[in-house]
Each structure stands twice: as structure tokens, then as C-alpha cells.
Ligand binder design. Structure first.
Ligand SMILES: [Zn+2]
Length: 269
């Protein structure tokens, strides 16, 4: 499942390539045909992301609400626009470019109040300017649930996925099994600020890098990581490998149906 930085990046890409222009809107697969017909020929006014939810705003309070889920995929392309395959749920096109959405969990036309309802059930998002980390802190500080599970709970904080969760806990020396109520307010503030920085960098580079300058392959004289996720990380998918800082073995376990990775030497209960 893509993490929040990917969705914010998509919002920017849709806006850059299609914003402010009248677009042809179609649903070659047919599941979004009625809504596509309503929007066809109108201007894409704005785009927005909140956590893993993407919104395409077509003015007059009409939004396409998209959630990629596990299998959703967005593909941008140029002109000439190729004939669509029948797996394309939503295609936007103008004379110079097109973009296809396939396999999303959600793709629906929603009104302003319906969009607001989505925001209301999500926690603050480190990538949304002005979102308030105190809202998340109120839930974290009262919870007996592990901080690892809380970071993945989109109602608590929106946009953090498995990679940022593992990495931010490592960077702050916090054991993933520590209860939310045992995380201090100072630690939470530092986690939030770090997520803002790391995830902004993720939007910019379109990959997740979390190692500090002194722990890059160049600085440490070690070979770069080989993994289809790309990016230099401390613990994610590094089970049984030596920790870059203490040399101990990185551990893995199952938590809330997702793999957890951490260093017992560096992360404290
Ligand atoms: Zn370590």
C-alpha cells in the first residue's frame, strides 16, 4: 500500500499536468461512467491529499475521491493519447497528456460535505500545512495500544505507512511495543516534526530515505541497500542484518497484520 508521500506526490502531479484546464473525463471500464459524463469538459480546479486519500476538485463543489488501496495504480502519459484498455476506471486527458487510474479501492464523485466527512474521520497528516499534531497526541497519550499500531491507525495520524512507522521509531530510539501513554509529549513532538521532514523529502524524491548523513553508504563505506523499495533505511526489511548504529541484529515480528522491524539495542521500552 502506498504511503502518504506517494498520494501527495500524485496530487501535485495531477495538478501540474491537468490543473486549470478543461479535461476530457472518461471511464473506459464503465464503473465510473455516469460521473465521468457529468465532469467531462469541465476544468480541474484543484487537487488535494489527506493521508492515503486523493481528491480531484472540479469546481462547483464536485470532487472525485480516490483511494488506491492495495492494488490501485496511476499512470501518466503524453500525447497522442493511446486507446484505453478496459481496466481503466478513470482517464483524464487533454491534447498534450493523459492519466489513467486502474484498480482503486474507491473512485467516487462526492460533494463538499461528503469530502469533509472523509477529513473528519482521519487524523492530522504531517504533509498537510496547518494540521495539528496535538489532535493526534490527545489520542496517543491516552492509549494503552502500542505506539507502532497507533502510528498506522489513520484515525490517529494520517499517511504514515509501514516504512515511515518503523524508521521514525528507530530514529527516536523508541521500542515499537511501548504503549502510547508511555510516550512523552516531547517525544511525540519530535516524532511529528521528523515525519514532516522525512515525508516532505519523500514527496520531493519519490522514495523513502531515512538515514542521517553520517549513516549513508558513502559515509559508512558500506554497499548501498538493494531492495525494490529503494531508499536508505535503518530497519525496514533489514531483519537479521546488523544495525547501522550498534551492530546488533535487526528483529522482525508481526503486528496488526504488518511486519514490524526494529533494533532491540537502540530502541527502548
Ligand atoms: Zn541498533
Amino acid at each position: 500500500m502506498p504511503e502518504g508521500h506517494t498520494i501527495h506526490r500524485l496530487a501535485a502531479d495531477y495538478r501540474e499536468r491537468f490543473g486549470g484546464r478543461a479535461v476530457r473525463v472518461t471511464s473506459p471500464q464503465g464503473k465510473f461512467s455516469d460521473a465521468a459524463a457529468l465532469l467531462d469538459g469541465t476544468v480541474l480546479e484543484t487537487t488535494e491529499a489527506h493521508g492515503k486519500h486523493l481528491f480531484l476538485g472540479f469546481g462547483a463543489g464536485e470532487w472525485v475521491h480516490i483511494h488506491l488501496g492495495l492494488f490501485g495504480k496511476v499512470t501518466f502519459g503524453g500525447a497522442p493519447v493511446p486507446p484505453p484498455t478496459d481496466t481503466v476506471r478513470l482517464r483524464l486527458a487533454h491534447d498534450d497528456a493523459h492519466v489513467d487510474l486502474r484498480g482503486p479501492t474507491a473512485c467516487a464523485l462526492v460533494t463538499d460535505p461528503e469530502k469533509q466527512a472523509v477529513h473528519d474521520r482521519l487524523g492530522p497528516d504531517p504533509l498537510r500545512d496547518g494540521d495539528d499534531p496535538a489532535r493526534a497526541w490527545r489520542r496517543v497519550s491516552r492509549s494503552r495500544t502500542t505506539i507502532a499500531a497507533l502510528l498506522m491507525d489513520q484515525k490517529v495520524i494520517a499517511g504514515v505507512g509501514n516504512v515511515y512507522r518503523a524508521e521514525v521509531l528507530f530514529r527516536h530510539g523508541i521500542d515499537p511495543y511501548r504503549a502510547g501513554k508511555d510516550v512523552s509529549e516531547t517525544e511525540w513532538a519530535a516524532i511529528w516534526q521528523d515525519l514532516v521532514t522525512l515525508m516532505r523529502e519523500g514527496v520531493r524524491t519519490n522514495r523513502i530515505d531515512t538515514v542521517r548523513p553520517e549513516h549513508t553508504p558513502e559515509a559508512m563505506g558500506r554497499p548501498p541497500r538493494v531492495d525494490d523499495h529503494g531508499g536508505e533505511v535503518y530497519v525496514y526489511r533489514r531483519a537479521h542484518l546488523p544495525c547501522h548504529i550498534c551492530g546488533g541484529e535487526i528483529r522482525t515480528a508481526d503486528l496488526a497484520a504488518r511486519n514490524l522491524f526494529w533494533c532491540p539495542g537502540c530502541q527502548r521500552r
